[in-house]
Design a protein around this ligand. Structure first.
Ligand code: TRP
Length: 354
């Protein structure tokens, strides 16, 4: 498939049974809009899931299928975009090892995204070698497809920065790109890799229903795309405003107002904000019903599509989508690997494995 559209790559790690609203406003929604204008690669980082769930392979498999179902349910289209199953793309594993030589060990260990994860997931100092390694792997996930843009949530920025470092260094070391060539010109200057940029979603960081932490399955503050309407409303109703009376003001950063911004039309969110700010009488329950309703309106068609995939035929559809994606992804990633190995003087003729 020859495709002139600029390329995008992004992905999700199958560490939970499904995606939540934080994923939706931070990234999925962005992907939907980019699908026509860009040649999109959506990666399921199932190998990375083993960094924290190595003893639960059945869960990782179920979560992997769950993510593909969520993608199809929100409207990612496997005919227009390529779904990439990380474990079936050998070029990614090979590039990971090669890129590991270009990153100082201490720099990887100082990566703020890894540090935050070690804290929030309570990994202590018992995490496996493969845990920090996944950040190097993520550089390979991205660069194997040579995209221009990587749409991600704010929490992934440090990884994208590392990926840019690797690409710059690779092009300088092995492709003769001068160290004063601007990032945007690396590809024209003969670099194997374009230097990709992060593209942060509409809501960089969606707060969870607890009102303080980022929405996350492990913190029990998430609204999942597959939650039923009652569960959604119940979770919204559980948000604490702590107002003494219906005319008491509310902190402008309060989660309820953040959700109004994220899920109600901009005009309406503004109106609600000023009602609270001006001390007019506002019933929290009404606002919660309105927000819950808007979220359900957004989620209902997705929920229906996902339910159709939760059948034996649905499972067949999902596996077929995965297999088609693997074929297309390998065609691209093998081309990149060959170019990279050639640049590294590792060109000894193509391998034949029988
Ligand atoms: N680390 C990302 C996350 O957990 C998932 C991911 C893996 C990814 N490889 C990627 C995202 C490449 C963007 C590009 O959200």
């Amino acid at each position: 498939m020859s495709d002139q559209r600029p390329r995008i790559l992004t992905g999700d790690t199958p560490t939970s049974t499904g995606l939540h609203l934080g994923h939706y406003v931070g990234s999925l929604e962005n992907r939907l809009q980019l699908q026509d204008r860009y040649d999109c690669y959506f990666l399921i980082a199932n190998v990375h899931a083993f960094t924290t769930l190595a003893e639960r392979p059945d869960d990782i498999r179920a979560n992997t299928l769950g993510i593909v179902k969520d993608w199809l349910a929100v409207g990612l289209d496997p005919d227009r975009s390529t779904f990439v199953l990380q474990s079936e793309i050998p070029a990614i594993a090979e590039l990971t090892f090669l890129f590991a030589m270009l990153l100082p060990f201490n720099k990887v260990m100082r990566n703020p995204t890894l540090k935050t994860e070690i804290e929030t997931k309570g990994l202590g100092d018992s995490y496996p070698f493969g845990f920090p390694m996944y950040a190097v792997g993520q550089c390979a996930d991205i660069l194997a497809f040579r995209p221009e843009l990587v749409p991600v949530g704010e929490d992934q920025e440090a990884h994208i920065e590392m990926c840019r470092d690797v690409a710059l260094k690779f092009n300088q070391l092995y492709c003769g790109v001068g160290n004063r060539v601007p990032a945007a010109e690396h590809a024209q200057a003969g670099g194997v890799f374009p230097i990709p940029s992060a593209k942060i979603g509409r809501v960089a960081r969606l707060v969870g229903t607890d009102g303080t932490n980022k929405m996350s399955k492990s913190l029990n503050n998430a609204i999942f795309l597959y939650d039923d309407p009652k569960q959604v409303q119940k979770k919204i109703n559980g948000i604490v405003t702590g107002r003494a009376s219906p005319t008491a003001p509310i902190d402008p950063r309060h989660v309820l107002l953040q959700y109004a911004d994220a899920f109600l039309p901009a005009e309406r969110a503004k109106e609600i904000r000023s009602m609270y700010a001006e001390g007019r009488e506002v019933m929290d329950g009404h606002v919660k019903a309105e927000i819950g309703g808007a979220i359900n309106t957004l989620l209902t068609p997705m929920r229906e599509r996902r339910a159709r995939l939760e059948t034996p035929e649905g499972e067949g559809v999902v596996l077929d989508v995965i297999r088609r994606g693997i074929r297309r992804a390998n065609a691209v990633a093998e081309g990149t690997l060959l170019a990279a190995k050639t640049a590294m003087r590792l060109n000894f003729g193509s391998r034949v494995i029988q």
